[in-house]
Design a protein around this ligand. Structure first.
Ligand code: SF4
Length: 263
């Protein structure tokens, strides 16, 4: 009688799986874009959740109570994120920015920061580790983030007017709490604090809203003093106003104030 073999696994499937060498081949070569510019910065989103419902990003009509966010089990673990970071660093990345959603909603984020802060770049320097946050939890978390090894934060702040700010975040979150968070970040040394502002004409109060944001930065100079770089560094995603128009308002404000540019 001939022997009958019943396979417990479909070997045809096995052949389709790409071969992953063990151990991994060490990374060689730097990453660059099509123009040959080296890629040094990597953004890592640690969660798709946010406690704000900014009208231009996560409108309530879509991101309502029934919206299916990723289940926790599908998020990269801290170990997996660190492994990915190591691979990118081996290809020349020197700066990592943690984002979300709102990254401070990810539980035990300080642990991940500790793990990433222990990595060094190809030239042996510490990694430039930063975070973009909406600032709502900064007052509570600034010190522990600093202690874990975070270098700087960028805070999203769309308006200084409380009514406008609440309209923009659409969860009634007061602007004073974000400003407190910025102060806390500055106090513990998470600086220079940068501010991202989405300008919505007729909502942000632009250009006067932009001008007042530039004013608080220039009049006190507190946020820029530590580095000399402008705190109002960038304006992201301006669907209702052009970047150049907002930039002109900020530039004229920064130029018109004697803020000790080189301090
Ligand atoms: S705080 Fe940021 S991530 Fe959250 S809804 Fe607003 S823009 Fe989106």
């Amino acid at each position: 009688m001939t022997e009958r073999i019943i396979p417990v696994a479909d070997l045809r499937y096995l052949q389709a799986v790409p071969h992953i060498p063990q151990p991994l081949i060490p990374a060689t070569g730097l990453l660059s874009d099509k123009l040959g510019r080296p890629l040094r910065d990597l953004r890592i989103s640690v969660t798709d959740r946010c406690n704000f419902r900014c009208v231009y990003c996560m409108p309530k009509e879509v991101f309502d109570k029934d919206y299916q966010f990723l289940p926790h089990g599908l998020l990269l673990s801290f170990e997996e994120i660190t492994r990915v970071a190591k691979i990118f660093i081996a290809h020349g990345v020197e700066k990592i920015r943690l984002t979300g959603g709102e990254p401070l909603l990810r539980k035990h984020i300080e642990k991940l920061i500790e793990m990433l802060a222990s990595l060094t770049t190809l030239s042996g320097k510490p990694l430039d580790l930063t975070m973009t946050t909406n600032g709502s939890l900064l007052t509570k978390k600034a010190q522990s983030l600093k202690d874990a090894g975070l270098k700087r934060v960028t805070v999203s702040l769309d308006s200084l007017d409380d009514t406008t700010f609440k309209q923009m975040n659409d969860v009634d979150f007061p602007v004073s709490d974000v400003l407190e968070g910025i102060e806390a970040a500055h106090r513990v040394g998470l600086g220079p604090v940068k501010v991202n502002m989405v300008v919505k004409v007729r909502s942000s109060g632009a250009p006067s809203g932009v001008r007042s944001l530039a004013s608080i930065a220039t009049s006190s100079c507190r946020w820029r003093r530590s580095s000399g770089s402008p705190p109002v560094s960038r304006i992201l995603r301006t669907p209702w106003a052009t970047n150049s128009r907002a930039s002109r308002v900020i530039s004229s404000k920064l130029n018109s104030e004697d803020c000790g540019r080189n301090t």
